[in-house]
Design a binder for this molecule. Sequence first.
Ligand code: FMN
Length: 445
Amino acid sequence: MTEKPAAPRTLPRHSATFDDYTLSEIRRAAATGIYDIRGGGAKRKVPHFDDLLFLGASISRYPLEGYREACGTNVVLGSRFAKKPIELKIPITIAGMSFGSLSANAKEALGRGASAMGTSTTTGDGGMTNEERGHSSLLVYQVLPSRYGMNPDDLRRADAIEVVVGQGAKPGGGGMLLGQKISERVAGMRTLPVGIDQRSACRHPDWTGPDDLEIKIEELREITDWQKPIYVKVGAARPYYDTALAVKSGADVVVIDGMQGGTAATQDVFIENVGIPTLPAVRQAVKALQDLGLHRKVQLIVSGGIRNGADVAKALALGADAVSIGTAALVAIGDNDPALEAEYQALGSTAGAYDDWQEGRDPAGITTQDPDLMARLDPVLAGRRLANYLAVLTLEAQTIARACGKSHVHNLEPEDLVALTIEAAAMAEVPLAGTNWIPGKNGGF
Ligand SMILES: Cc1cc2nc3c(=O)[nH]c(=O)nc-3n(C[C@H](O)[C@H](O)[C@H](O)COP(=O)(O)O)c2cc1C
């Protein structure tokens, strides 16, 4: 009797809903009973600047010559009310990242790199350090709900002030700094005990709405004699209304941070599920400014997932005056360097995915307060790397602007863009590539 051949079996199939990562997170939650906290921004794929393309000049448009014709990149921030607006040579700023989340050397490196390129850097939760002030030619001082490190003298030492309402990684949520990173110096600046986890408030204790915010902003102006530009930073959730209310409250500059925006430490569930992507946030914020007749008069800074000069150019084309970068600046100074792979593996991670910035064990010496790890980062060298990176972003944005026939990066406009997907077309309000169809706006062909 011949043996019956075994019936062919279908291959084991993983669920798209319960994928390996999801299963591992369920197991982790079951084993520990605590939620996952991490750094970085949203890791899921959302419509982004990658979904847009530029329409380079052809017969109907006249391009500019790369090596001979100028393409300006400067930007003035704070021209609405401040007596001393600040002028940046490039439209790319360094976002607020707290001393505490970052080492003093990392803060110094950011200051050095930004200053070399004529742009600003920003303090963060926990106050202003002398290294940072000393190495930043233009420094924006954050006023945060926590008030950690808040000091009126530092308001006067700053070049601009940023009232932080929220962040894109966690609109509506507060900050976190785990005890491992609360060294004596960090604790001293925040008036907190050493080594104990701390949470920052999710809302400002001294104002509850736009009317109070207006009073708060006026108070800040009085302390600084109406000299310094005042920014209001909001995590993207309802950017149209938030921009309008920030303007009503007296902001010189509005900063909108999309959901891909980085954080030093936040619950993963928050990072991935709260807020809207940067792409639709820009258009809504610009629309609010246009409806108020204040586009380009109140400047708009956009952040959340900016990585290259194309992203910069696209944000500007959609109507932003400048962009702000956090994660990319950290990578430029050495974060997630594959040369440190063995050490990332020892921490249960891998270069490119390492996001446990809250733990303070960063082998690159950036998101740590450990003196030995911190000493690994040479702020001079790291500053040079950041300056190089900023130079490339600028050159790339200029290259695109020239190809679109613009003699200043701010002359880029939505008309220069098309979208690759219907989602991106609807969110950015630019036509789907090869058509004149903007979903929800016109019939198209
Ligand atoms: C390590 C780290 C620390 C941060 N700390 C602050 C902070 O203290 N205050 C704040 O407003 N935003 C903070 N942010 C958010 C950044 O200011 C910015 O909104 C965000 O990083 C922009 O997105 P990107 O990282 O994709 O460039 C932090 C981000 C990172 C990565």
